[in-house]
Design a protein around this ligand. Structure first.
Ligand code: 5SP
Length: 216
C-alpha cells in the first residue's frame, strides 16, 4: 500500500502541533518536513529546531527533505532533532556517496532527491546505498505548483532499475500531488506520495488522505 506523507509546508504554522495530530488521525504514514535555505531554493522555511519541536507531537516517522546548500554541515543536527529519514539533493552534493554514508552512520534512513530536470542515471551508482529516492514533480521551493508530467517516465525508469537490481528503496514523489496525479505516480511505481496543499487546504484531511491512498 502506498504511503502518504503530508508536507507541513502547507500547514498553519501557528498551530503546527494540532495540524500534525489532525493528519496523523486522518491516516498519514509519514510527516514530510521541507527545509529550505534561500540559496539552493528561493525560499526559507525551517530547521532542526522545528524538527525537534515536532518530534514529541507524533509517533509517525519524520521525513526531512533538505533543500539546502552544503547539507553535510547540518546532518548531525537534524539526526539529533529526531529525523527518521534525511534526503539530500544530488544537485547539492559534491560527494554524494560520502553524504549518504554519513546519514546512515547517524542511524537515519538516507534518501537522495532529484530535481525534475535531473536524469535518473545520475544516481544509478548509489541506488544500493539509499533507503529512499525522491523524484521532485515540481521545481522545489514552493507548495501549490502544477505537477510536471515529464517526470512520470522517470518514475517508471527508476522502478525498472529497482526491480532489475532487486532493491527495496522507496520511490517518493513530491509536488502537485492530488488524486489524479497520485494515481499516475503509483501506477508508474511510486511508493510514497508527498502532498501539501491537497491535504492541508482541504476541510476534511482524512478524506483527502484516503483519496490519495485509495483513489476517489
Ligand atoms: O518540497 C516541496 C516544494 O519544494 C513540496 O513538499 C511541497 O510542499 C509540495 O506542495 P504541494 O505541491 O503538494 O502543494
Amino acid at each position: 500500500m502506498v504511503k502518504i506523507a503530508p508536507s507541513i509546508l502547507s500547514a498553519n504554522f501557528a498551530k503546527l502541533g494540532e495540524e500534525i495530530k489532525d493528519v496523523e488521525e486522518g491516516g498519514a504514514d509519514w510527516i514530510h518536513i521541507d527545509v529550505m535555505d534561500g540559496h539552493f531554493v528561493p525560499n526559507i522555511t525551517m530547521g532542526p529546531l522545528v524538527v525537534g519541536a515536532v518530534r514529541p507531537v507524533t509517533k509517525l516517522p519524520l521525513d526531512v527533505h533538505l533543500m539546502i546548500e552544503n547539507p553535510d554541515q547540518y546532518l548531525e543536527a537534524f539526526a539529533k532533532a529526531g529525523a527518521d529519514t534525511i534526503s539530500v539533493h544530488v544537485e547539492a552534493c559534491r560527494h554524494l556517496h560520502r553524504t549518504i554514508q554519513e546519514i546512515r552512520s547517524l542511524g537515519v534512513n538516507p534518501g537522495v532527491v532529484l530535481n525534475p530536470a535531473t536524469p535518473v542515471e545520475w544516481i544509478a551508482p548509489i541506488l544500493g546505498d539509499v533507503g529512499l529516492v525522491l523524484l521532485m514533480t515540481v521545481n522545489p521551493g514552493f507548495g501549490g505548483q502544477a505537477f510536471i508530467e515529464s517526470v512520470v517516465p522517470k518514475i517508471e525508469k527508476l522502478h525498472r532499475l529497482k526491480k532489475e537490481q532487486g532493491l527495496a528503496f522507496d520511490i517518493e514523489v513530491d509536488g502537485g500531488i492530488h488524486p489524479e496525479t497520485a494515481q499516475k505516480c503509483t501506477q508508474a511505481g511510486a511508493t510514497v506520495l508527498v502532498a501539501g496543499s491537497n491535504i492541508f487546504k482541504s476541510k476534511n484531511r482524512k478524506k483527502a488522505i484516503q483519496a490519495l491512498k485509495y483513489g476517489q
